[in-house]
Design a protein around this ligand. Structure first.
Ligand code: TRP
Ligand code: SF4
Length: 322
């Protein structure tokens, strides 16, 4: 069974990526034949005008994956734009995909409510899910791990596969199944979505001191004024972080102490910061021990393996069409 997943190289990774994506990928690499790639063309769908260094960002991204425990001996790590078959299949799929399917995609509809996207209104953004479909079915992925927000994209991928099979009276692709990621989404330190643009994220390469300084300012249960006031951990962001990063027995203890008003928020945050640091310290160390050249070697290797499979698939596709 094969799993395919990608990440856009739009900047350094934060704890939300760690909990929401990478913890999951680490499990999947043991259970599946895993293909994890840098979706650099996808980054261009929204950031074509920002001139970000996609090459360096891609190397940095793969480096962070490996620092987190993604093992290049267990899975294929590669760059989307290095395997041109992604673009070739994207082109073919664009021919058969009705624009109305893309216009009803909730991600697209939401974005079009925002002035920034409305102004750009580039074709590549509309066809984002078509490229994503190509990424997936080029490798006959059996499953794709996704968060709730990506559900419509995967459903579209399945529809496009069925449409292709119907039009060309042949079944050459695998219909991918979704593997819904269970980890709840980790909120940012201010309670909004964790995001670089909100300045509310803890990054994987933040130092011990930076982690503490950020957590210190995190929003807590606002009804708690004095240290002895009983708190409501379920209404506190710091408690979300405890649930994600502290050992289970400590989470229970914190919950009870907060509800009893026997622990202060400062102490609670200190313990939370320490537990996050315990997880990030080895990640920082591993990242520092990796150099760009060895990452480039890993990527070259991954590109090659991906290309072999992709090429074979495109031969089949082209035989059906031409
Ligand atoms: N759309 C995904 C995201 O924003 C990234 C992505 C691109 C992807 N191609 C993919 C994920 C193929 C899974 C499979 O997170
Ligand atoms: Fe939140 Fe901890 Fe304060 Fe309770 S004690 S409100 S969990 S920071």
């Amino acid at each position: 069974m094969r799993v395919v997943s990608g990440m856009r190289p739009t900047g350094k990774l934060h704890l939300g990526h760690y909990i929401g994506v990478l913890e999951n990928w680490k499990k999947l690499q043991d259970e599946y034949e895993a293909f994890f790639f840098v979706a650099d063309w996808h980054a261009l769908t929204t950031k074509f005008d920002e001139h970000i260094d996609l090459k360096q960002n891609s190397v940095d991204l793969v480096k962070e994956w490996i620092a987190c425990g993604i093992n290049p001996d267990k899975c294929n790590l590669y760059i989307q734009s290095e395997v041109k078959e992604h673009a070739e299949l994207y082109l073919i799929l664009n021919m058969i995909t009705p624009v109305s399917w893309l216009e009803r995609n909730p991600t697209y509809k939401d974005a079009m409510q925002q002035a920034e996207y409305k102004k750009k209104n580039n074709a590549g953004f509309l066809t984002y899910p078509v490229l994503q479909t190509a990424d997936i079915i080029l490798y006959d992925a059996d499953v794709v791990p996704i968060g709730e927000d990506q559900k419509p994209h995967l459903e579209l991928a399945r529809e496009i596969v069925r449409h292709f099979h119907y039009l060309y009276k042949t079944e050459i692709f695998t219909e991918p199944k979704e593997l819904l990621t269970k980890n709840a989404r980790l909120p940012g330190l201010d309670g909004r979505k964790m995001s670089k643009s909100f300045g509310n994220a803890i990054y994987l390469d933040d130092s011990t001191e930076e982690i503490w300084q950020k957590l210190r300012k995190a929003k807590t249960d606002t009804s708690r004024i004095k240290k002895t006031d009983p708190g409501h951990p379920d209404e506190c962001i710091v408690f979300d972080y405890h649930k994600a990063f502290s050992p289970a027995n400590e989470v229970q203890e914190i919950k009870a102490a907060c509800e009893a008003g026997s622990i202060g928020c400062v102490e609670c945050k200190k313990r939370c910061a320490a537990n996050i640091d315990k997880i990030l310290e080895p990640v920082r160390e591993k990242k520092a021990s990796l150099n760009d050249n060895e990452i480039l070697d890993i990527i070259r290797n991954g590109n090659k393996k991906a290309k072999e499979i992709a090429k074979e698939k495109m031969q089949k596709v082209n035989k059906v069409i031409f």
